[in-house]
Write a protein that binds this ligand. Structure first.
Ligand SMILES: Cc1cc2nc3c(=O)[nH]c(=O)nc-3n(C[C@H](O)[C@H](O)[C@H](O)COP(=O)(O)O)c2cc1C
Length: 379
């Protein structure tokens, strides 16, 4: 992991956002999309501007440890998804977080990643006041509140690893590169690492569902962002929390989830997916897909998807060899679905034959081959 978490703090009006925007123009830095309970404003897109969550969902995600840091601002919650940070750092990029003094201190003490905290200072308080007045967006009362808050924040400067004075934006940005030991003129060596992808993993009601947990773990370790969708039958065999903790993302089951807000979630998720993997796929699942039946969230997503799909069947050998199942397999192959032929061996039911779910390393290899092919095509 060569990237680090870079925290920028400073009083309101000091120009942190401009500094961040300048740094983010360089590929050494990545922007993490913040999750929030604030309702979307006109034109804002879920998953692009912010990840919009209900308050209930946000609180559950805090409990599950899904945020690297979170804070409440004017009654709305904001949080940095931990899995996005991991993904960028593994790729070798640094992650910029523009957070307040209190949040920075908490994060500095708890962060499991390499971290640098930088305080952005105005040349003087008089200059800050001039900038705040120059924005002509705030009332006199708000300006005085901001200045008082700035005085309090400045007293916390000693908690920071570094400070820079934002007199001229170019100088401030150059100082930050220098502090972090980054040469902005160099192209970082990111392209030789595998592209992380957003993978939707559909888990169905097969006894082999436990192997999907291992698969999730292996994909996450490779830097992929894994979102698990389970059928009802699958949840009877493996606890959804297993996937929540392994993937760092909430697990989707119910299309009519009351916590869902923003654009229809199953469509938004399929839009973001680079690849859908169905592992394990049941005989029932093959039949549903081959006939365009969308009576659960996973099947609905599959019909709405426009990315490649890898199907990894798992079932009793007699089920696998049943002519109806084989006809469904053929139909799906003809439609362009990639089907990983199941392994042969002894099954949990005691029968021996073909029908065992392919082993997770084999599935991972197939996924990586499909992603590589896809990224090559898309350039
Ligand atoms: C313990 C257990 C193991 C099962 N294993 C499989 C299996 O490996 N493959 C399969 O096609 N069905 C299996 N089934 C049957 C499916 O769970 C059943 O057909 C279910 O309706 C599938 O629903 P889904 O496709 O929505 O997940 C199993 C059922 C039980 C109770």
């Amino acid at each position: 992991m060569t990237g680090q978490v870079v925290v920028l703090s400073g009083p309101s009006g000091v120009g942190k956002t401009t500094v961040c925007d300048e740094l983010l123009k360089k590929p050494q830095f990545a922007r993490v999309i913040t999750a929030t309970t604030r309702p979307p404003r006109a034109g804002e897109v879920d998953g692009v501007d912010y990840i919009f969550l209900s308050k209930d969902r946000f609180l559950k995600d805090i409990e599950a440890g899904l945020f690297l840091e979170h804070a409440e601002v004017f009654g709305n919650l904001y949080g940095t998804p931990r899995n996005s940070v991991t993904e960028f750092l593994q790729k070798g990029q640094s992650v910029l977080l523009n957070i307040d003094v209190q949040g920075a201190e908490t994060l500095r003490q708890s962060c499991e990643f390499p971290i640098s905290t930088i305080f952005v200072l105005p040349p003087s308080l008089a200059d800050l006041e001039k900038r705040l007045r120059g924005r002509s967006t705030d009332s006199e009362e708000v300006i005085q509140t901001r200045l008082n808050k700035a005085r309090v924040e400045l007293a916390e400067l000693h908690h920071y690893d570094h400070f820079v004075i934002n007199d001229h934006i170019d100088d401030a940005v150059a100082s930050i590169f220098k502090i972090l030991g980054i040469d902005p003129s160099e192209s970082p060596n990111l392209e030789d690492k595998k592209q992380p992808a957003t993978i939707l993993l559909g888990v169905m009601g097969s006894i082999a569902a436990y192997k999907a947990a291992d698969l999730t773990s292996k994909l996450v370790q490779k830097g992929h962002d894994v979102h698990v969708v389970m059928t009802d039958a699958a949840t009877k065999l493996v606890d959804p929390n297993t996937f929540l903790y392994l993937s760092g993302n909430r697990v989707h089951q119910d299309m009519f989830d009351e916590n869902q807000i923003g654009p229809i979630e199953h469509i938004a998720l399929t839009d973001r997916a680079d690849l859908i993997v169905l592992a394990p796929t049941t005989a029932n699942g093959l039949g549903q897909l081959a006939h365009g039946l969308a009576n659960n969230m996973l099947m609905t997503m599959l019909l709405a998807a426009n990315c490649s799909v890898l199907i990894c069947p798992a079932m009793n050998p007699r089920m696998w060899s049943h002519p109806i199942v084989q006809e469904n397999v053929k139909k799906l192959r003809d439609f362009g679905y990639r089907i990983l032929t199941p392994d042969s061996g002894r099954m949990a039911c005691g029968h021996t034959g073909q029908g065992r779910l392919a082993e997770p390393p084999e599935i991972v290899a197939e996924i990586e081959a499909m992603l590589e092919e896809q990224f090559k095509v898309s350039g």
